[in-house]
Design a protein around this ligand. Structure first.
Ligand SMILES: Nc1nc2c(ncn2[C@@H]2O[C@H](COP(=O)(O)OP(=O)(O)OP(=O)(O)O)[C@@H](O)[C@H]2O)c(=O)[nH]1
Ligand SMILES: [Mg+2]
Length: 243
């Protein structure tokens, strides 16, 4: 019985890996694709809304996909920034997978604006940045590659410094950790040194940024990381495409 479960799970993951590979190939010359993972309520949507607003104001073409079991609340919150945002409703499924992402890309985002700053032409290939907010869960999303270029895991100051030790896989499959809600650190009695030590124990050398989407503290470093990564990807794509 156990062997059969393992077999089925391996087949599902293999299928996802193939779909993720196809996504990666599809947007190889397109946007920097950044996914956000965390426990429920760690601040993904709030951080993403602030990020979309800032990048749009600089003239970047940005859009977001967001996964939740139910409701389109997050997509509506993100769309309030003016950026195209699309909800993926997963029902009972506790993570996004690459096929769900692929199924929501056809004809999306539609062309918006008048071609001026912040306007987005039709299709994901014309974007500078595509963000994917995963379902709030520290376990399931870790096994599913979405073809993203960068996966950021959020750890809010209110959820406990021990989370990297208890949920190592999600931290191990992420490229960057974002400590969020730093404006609440003192009130929550957040032990910053312990959190950093736990991240380091699980993923030595992991890049860590500390942000508050509410106060704006640390946002510039996060945006600068995105602004640096985006042209790096475009440069790599043009080298690969060169005859
Ligand atoms: N004080 C403070 N509150 C924050 C910050 N970021 C988010 N919050 C609050 O935390 C709560 C959850 O934030 P969300 O952005 O919805 O979190 P989420 O990770 O998208 O949640 P799910 O999509 O449900 O997993 C909301 O009440 C936010 O207002 C922050 O930087 N500081
Ligand atoms: Mg959210």
């Amino acid at each position: 019985m156990t062997a059969r479960i393992v077999e089925v799970r391996q087949a599902v993951l293999k299928k996802n890996d193939l779909a993720a590979r196809a996504l990666r190939a599809r947007w190889a010359g397109g946007p920097l694709v950044v996914s956000l993972v965390s426990s429920p309520g760690a601040g993904k949507t709030t951080l993403l809304a602030a990020t979309l607003a800032r990048l749009r104001a600089e003239g970047a073409a940005v859009a977001a996909l967001v996964g939740d079991l139910a409701t389109d609340r997050d997509a509506r919150a993100l769309a309030a920034t003016g950026a195209p945002a699309r909800q993926i409703t997963t029902g009972t499924v506790c993570h996004l997978d690459a096929e769900m992402v692929a199924a929501h890309l056809d004809g999306w985002p539609p062309a918006t604006g008048d071609g001026g700053e912040g306007a987005v032409a039709a299709g994901v290939d014309t974007l500078d940045y595509l963000f994917i907010e995963n379902v709030g869960n520290l376990v399931c999303p870790s096994s599913y590659d979405l073809g993203e270029d960068l996966r950021a895991v959020l750890l809010s100051v209110t959820e406990g410094e021990d989370k990297p030790l208890k949920y190592p896989t999600i931290f191990n499959t992420s490229d960057l950790a974002l400590i969020t809600k730093t404006d609440l650190a003192a009130a929550a009695g957040f032990d910053r040194a312990a959190a950093l030590a736990n991240l380091e124990a699980v993923r030595p050398g992991m890049a860590v940024l500390e942000v508050s989407a509410k106060s704006g503290a640390g946002m510039e470093a996060w945006l600068e990381l995105l602004r640096t990564r985006q042209p790096e990807k475009a440069r790599r794509a043009s080298i690969t495409a060169a005859p």
